[in-house]
Design a protein around this ligand. Sequence first.
Ligand code: AMP
Length: 284
Amino acid sequence: MEILRTIDSVRQWVRAQRAQGRPIHFVPTMGYFHEGHLSLMRRARDDGGAVIVSIFVNPLQFGPNEDLERYPRDFERDRQMAQPVGVDAIFAPEAAEMYPAGYQTEVRVQTLSQPLCGRSRPGHFEGVATVVLKLFHIVTPDRAYFGMKDYQQLRVIQQMVRDLNLPIEVVPCPIVREADGLAMSSRNVYLSPDERAAATVLYRSLQWAQAQYAAGERDAHRLREGVYAQIAAEPLARIDYVEVVDAETLQPIERLERPALVALAVFFGRARLIDNCLLPAPAE
Ligand code: AMP
């Protein structure tokens, strides 16, 4: 497994892979790996490409009062986790390699960046779209793998790829969870034992929404209120948002007539956790 630190070295590596006829399969991350990250890498490998994973804690997507400084980082641990999965290269640049002095350009996917996390984290999705477009230009992948845990991010990237005619197949990957249902996240290390136990309410409330939906509930407001009430009953939880939206546009809906998304962001102590579940279109 190659460790690449510069953009030039990535370009050389990619040329060498293509010369051998291998498609480039790319997994962008911020590191501090868990099974969610590894599931994307395995999928990229099983799809039969040369697998390159980026590790970059992108300053552009963090707000001034967010956790950029304390975001967990451990390159050696990440390297040891990626190796046995069959990753071919890790690209781990310094911030100055990605944003040299005088850097100015930003990418904005207008409407999809605004609701949900975009409302609580102004500028976040501009930071995400910008770094992912830069990484796409550096790596020139044939396929790129994104987790559905960050569902809005996935939609923003899909839209950017379509709007800017990028010849890249975006592959959505399912959410990987702990045994008790908590969605895996690098930020789970922020949780105290009590907060960790309390955070299981998120998945329970989403499962409740899925069960209600399966039983015929089609009123988005009632679903939202039910999920909200269950989380609000947990004393350690501080709700940022709970919403039921159209799964494609991320706009609020009243009736569940098309594929919908229940999406939430909730603080436990200093950890802001997100989770979601898809509610497929009702059978005709
Ligand atoms: P991050 O390092 O948190 O920016 O995540 C890098 C990639 O891994 C993104 O595409 C995430 O959506 C994905 N990811 C993070 N957590 C999970 C999870 N629990 N299940 C599936 N994918 C995940």
